[in-house]
Structures are given as structure tokens and as C-alpha cells.
Design a protein around this ligand. Structure first.
Ligand code: ZN
Length: 160
């Protein structure tokens, strides 16, 4: 396993639409392991393959319940609404207020290319939808209400 370099906003790779995965090859397995390691090293709750420069529809997430992988994820259902602070490993040191559905149900494939339905609310739903946006070349900054803030400034005046 190895840490991969996280691409940051301004890098073209973050604006591209990623290609579906047809087969989990040994190379893709290595990529997934590297993505997990890179996510934990950066203290993120999710990472999408384009963030490490790979234009494939692969996401890893861990919102504190253990890691899971979503290959070729598709949003089946969303409901409700949540408004909260969001950040991104590709936009270091910044955060902003984003409104998203409070619930999401996603159909994806796991590391063995078995279909899995994953449901989540609150942070888990937010993370899944944020990461799936990356696969379509979208960054959360497009959805921010108001302005991007510095994380440090926010930590001073909010308890989160
Ligand atoms: Zn992100």
C-alpha cells in the first residue's frame, strides 16, 4: 500500500467525468487500498478516485463505522434536507455550508463486484453524495451557500 497524492482544486482531473469500472483487477484492488490509506492519512471521511488522479468511478468512505467502497455508485433515492458544514480533501483548509438530502440510498458494487445497496442519513448521506459528485467532475464549492471559509476561523466560533 502507498499514499497517493491528493489533487487539489484547479487540477483538471477534478472536473472530468469518470469511467465505470468493468472489473476489479489487482491494480484496482491496490488503488482501493491506497485510497483508504490516503483518506485516513489525510483524516478525511471520504475519497474519490479522481482526487488521486484516477478517472474511475470508485469511492471510499468511512464516517466512523468502518470503511466501505462504492464502485460505479448510482443514487437510487434521496429524501429530506440537511444544511451543514462541508469540506473536501481537494480544497484544503476550507469549508462551506452546503444543503443536501438528509437520506440517500445508493446502489453500488463492492470490491468483489457484488451489487450492494447502501443507505445513510446525515453525515453518511452527505459523504456519499459529495463523493459521487466527484465522479461527475463536481466539487462541493459549486453548492456552497455564501462564501468558503477558512477551517481555522470556523473552529474559533463554532463548537463543531
Ligand atoms: Zn471532496
Amino acid at each position: 500500500m502507498a499514499l497517493r497524492t491528493i489533487r487539489t482544486m484547479g487540477d483538471d482531473v477534478l472536473t472530468k467525468v469518470c469511467k465505470p469500472v468493468k472489473e476489479v483487477t489487482p491494480r484496482i484492488r491496490t488503488l482501493i487500498e491506497d485510497m483508504k490509506e490516503t483518506m485516513y492519512d489525510a483524516e478525511g471521511v471520504g475519497l474519490a478516485a479522481p482526487q488521486v488522479g484516477i478517472l474511475k468511478r470508485i469511492v471510499v468512505i468511512d464516517v466512523g463505522e468502518g470503511p466501505f467502497v462504492m464502485i460505479n455508485p448510482r443514487v437510487l433515492e434521496t429524501s429530506g434536507e440537511q444544511t451543514g458544514t462541508e469540506g473536501c480533501l481537494s480544497v484544503p483548509g476550507k469549508c462551506g455550508i452546503v444543503t443536501r438530502p438528509n437520506y440517500a440510498k445508493v446502489l453500488a458494487y463492492n470490491e468483489d463486484m457484488e451489487p450492494v445497496e447502501i443507505e445513510g442519513t446525515e453525515l453518511k448521506a452527505r459523504a456519499m453524495l459529495h463523493e459521487i459528485d466527484h465522479l461527475d467532475g463536481k466539487l462541493y464549492v459549486e453548492k456552497v451557500e455564501g462564501e468558503l471559509k477558512d477551517v481555522e476561523a470556523l473552529e474559533d466560533d463554532e463548537e463543531e
